[in-house]
Design a protein around this ligand. Structure first.
Ligand code: NAD
Length: 503
C-alpha cells in the first residue's frame, strides 16, 4: 500500500513499519509542490528503499511561514517548564520506538545495528533529556547601573531556526540541533540529508504524539542545492545551524548573509592522533583503531592522521595491522559480528577509492586494504579498512578529508615536531594524544589547535560538554550550556525609576 506520503515497509531484519515519505509541515504530511522525489538506497545491497518527497523553494516558504506563525502564536504561550516536559515526552516515545528507529538508521545508512541502537538512538535520548532539564534554567541578569534605573537582561529564543544535517549520524546530529532549539523556545525547519532521510522523517510523527503544536517542528528532505539553499538564504529565518562539509559551510555562510542570520557551523576535519614512545601501546592501538575505523571512518572527528614517535613506530604499526584484522569485520550491518558496514553511498565509495589511487600516484604505500571488499558477493559499497604509510604532508591523502576507513601513519622525532605536524592542517576539530607523561599531555592539549582534545583516549563526546571546531572546522558550539545559549539571544531592558522626567 502506498499513497506516496507513506509506505508499509519490511526492513532486512524483518521489522515491519510505516515509513513517512512526505514533507512534514505544520504537523501534516504534504507532497512536494514540484512533484520531485529523491530515492534513498540501501548501501548494503544497492537496492532502492523508498522515494521521498523533495522540498523545493515554495515548500520551504510554506515551512518557514508555518514556523513563524507558531513562533508568534501558540508556542510563545508554552512556558519553559512545559517545553521541558514536551522534550521528555518525546524522549519517552523515542525509547518506545527504539528498535524501529535503529532498524531504519542501519538500513538507510549502513552502520551496524548495535551502534544504531545504543549509539545513535541512545544519543537522541540523552540529548533530549539533557535539554529537557535545561529548558527552564536560562536566566538573564540584573545590572546595577545607577540609583534611578533598573537595568536587566532577559534571554529570548532566536526565532525561526533552519537546521541542515549530514548523513553520517542522521539521528544524532538532528538531536544535537532540535533539542536545544526547542528547549530554548524556537521553532524549527530541519532538512535531512538526501542520502539518509528515513529515520528523521520517522521522528516527525513522534513530535505530534508528544504534543508539540503545529509549526513548531517542520522536517523535510530535499536537495542541498535547492532546499538547503532556500533555507540558508531565506530572509524570514533567524538562525541557521549546519553540520556537513567545510565547502558547503562556506556556501551557507554566504547565503546566510542575505539577512545577517546567526550561524552555527560544524564542518570537516583531518584530526591527528599523536602517539609517543612512552604510551601504553595496547591502549594507543585500541583507540587509534576506533578513531579511524569506527562508523566506517565516517566521523567528522576521525583521527585520520596517525603520528607515531619513531621509537615505537614499527611496533605500533604491526599491532595496528593485527588489530584491524581481528576487529574490523566488514559485512552486513544487521549481522551481530559486523564492525564495519558499507560506506553510505556510491559517491562516497568512489571518492574513497579515488584517494587510494591518489595516494599510490603520489608515492605512498598501502600497508593494508586499499581496495573494495567483496564480502557480500561484490554488492554494496564495502571498502577494506585501509592504512597508508610512507606519507608526506604534501600528499592529498594527508591533507584532505576522505571520510572513510582510511588512515595515514607517519613518524615523528620530537614533541615539537609532533605539534607542528598536528597543526599542519586547515582543520581543527579533534586530536588524541597518547603518553604516560601527564605534563607533556597537558602541554600538547594547549598547543594543538583543535576544539576537542582526548588524552589517552579518542572520540569521547558527551552531551554535557561543548563540541565544535577551530579554524575551518566550524563556528560556534553544540552540546552543553553553549549548545542552548546558541539558540538564545539577550535583550537589555532599562527602566527609569526617577519620579520626575529627566535625562
Ligand atoms: P555536505 O556538506 O555535502 O552536506 C551536508 C548537508 O548540507 C546535506 O543535508 C546537504 O543536502 C546540505 N547541502 C549541500 N549543499 C548545500 C548548500 N549549498 N546549501 C545548503 N545546504 C546544502 O556533507 P555530507 O557529505 O552530508 O557530510 C559529510 C561532511 O560532514 C564531512 O565533511 C564531515 O566532516 C562533516 N561532519 C561534520 C560534523 C561536525 O560536527 N563538525 C559532524 C558530522 C559530519
Amino acid at each position: 500500500m502506498s499513497d506516496g506520503l507513506s509506505q508499509e515497509l519490511t526492513a532486512p531484519n524483518g521489522r515491519k513499519y510505516t515509513q513517512p515519505l512526505g514533507l512534514f509541515i505544520n504537523n501534516e504530511w504534504r507532497a512536494a509542490k514540484s512533484g520531485e522525489k529523491i530515492t534513498t538506497v540501501n548501501p548494503t545491497n544497492e537496492e532502492v528503499i523508498a522515494s521521498v518527497h523533495a522540498a523545493g523553494r515554495e515548500d520551504i516558504d510554506e515551512a518557514v511561514s508555518a514556523a513563524r506563525t507558531a513562533f508568534n502564536g501558540e508556542w510563545r504561550e508554552v512556558n519553559p517548564t512545559q517545553r521541558g516536559a514536551l522534550l521528555n515526552k518525546f524522549a519517552a516515545l523515542v525509547e518506545e520506538h527504539r528498535e524501529t528507529l535503529a532498524t531504519i538508521e542501519t538500513w538507510d545508512n549502513g552502520k551496524p545495528y548495535s551502534d544504531s541502537y545504543s549509539g545513535d538512538v541512545g544519543e537522541v535520548l540523552a540529548v533530549f533529556r539533557y535539554y529537557a532539564g535545561y529548558a527552564d534554567k536560562n536566566f538573564g541578569q540584573v545590572i546595577d547601573t545607577k540609583p534611578s534605573q533598573l537595568c536587566y537582561t532577559v534571554l529570548e529564543p532566536k526565532g525561526v531556526c533552519a537546521q541542515i544535517v549530514p548523513w553520517n549520524y542522521p539521528l544524532g546530529m538532528s538531536a544535537w540541533k532540535l533539542a536545544p532549539a526547542l528547549a530554548a523556545g524556537n521553532t524549527v525547519i530541519l532538512k535531512a540529508s538526501e542520502q539518509t532521510p528515513l529515520s528523521i522523517l520517522y521522528l516527525a510523527n513522534l513530535f505530534v504524539e508528544a504534543g508539540f503544536p503545529p509549526g513548531v517542528v517542520n522536517i523535510v528532505n530535499g536537495d542541498g542545492k535547492v532546499a538547503g539553499v532556500a533555507l540558508a538564504s531565506h530572509t524570514d529565518v533567524n538562525k541557521i545551524a549546519f553540520t556537513g562539509s567545510t565547502a558547503t559551510g562556506r556556501e551557507i555562510m554566504k547565503a546566510a548573509s542575505s539577512n545577517l542570520k546567526d550561524i552555527t557551523l560544524e564542518t570537516g576535519g583531518k584530526s591527528p592522533a599523536v602517539i609517543f614512545d612512552d604510551a601504553d601501546l595496547d591502549n594507543a592501538v585500541q583507540w587509534s583503531h576506533y578513531g579511524i575505523m569506527g562508523n566506517a571512518g565516517q566521523i567528522c572527528t576521525a583521527t585520520s592522521r596517525i603520528l607515531v614517535q619513531e621509537g615505537i613506530y614499527d611496533r605500533f604499526l604491526k599491532a595496528f595491522g593485527e588489530k584491524i584484522k581481528a576487529t574490523s569485520i566488514v559485512g552486513d550491518p544487521f549481522e551481530e559480528k559486523t564492525y564495519q558496514g558499507p560506506q553510505v553511498s556510491k559517491a562516497q565509495y568512489d571518492r574513497i577509492l579515488s584517494y587510494v589511487e591518489s595516494g599510490k600516484e603520489e608515492g605512498a604505500e598501502v600497508y593494508t586494504g586499499g581496495k573494495p571488499s567483496t564480502v557480500l558477493g561484490g554488492k554494496g559499497y564495502f571498502i577494506e579498512p585501509t592504512i597508508f604509510t610512507k606519507v608526506t604532508p604534501k600528499m592529498r591523502i594527508y591533507r584532505e578529508e576522505i571520510f572513510g576507513p582510511f588512515g595515514v601513519v607517519l613518524s615523528f622525532k620530537t614533541e615539537e615536531e609532533a605539534v607542528k605536524i598536528a597543526n599542519d592542517t586547515e582543520y581543527g576539530l579533534g586530536a588524541a594524544v597518547f603518553t604516560r607523561d601527564l605534563s607533556r599531555a597537558h602541554t600538547l592539549a594547549k598547543k594543538i589547535e583543535s576544539g576537542n582534545v582526548w588524552i589517552n583516549s579518542n572520540q569521547s563526546s558527551d552531551v554535557r560538554v561543548p563540541f565544535g571546531g577551530m579554524k575551518q572546522s566550524g563556528i560556534g558550539r553544540e552540546n552543553g550550556e553553549a549548545g542552548i545559549k546558541a539558540y538564545l539571544t539577550s535583550k537589555s531592558i532599562y527602566v527609569n525609576l526617577a519620579v520626575k522626567a529627566s535625562l
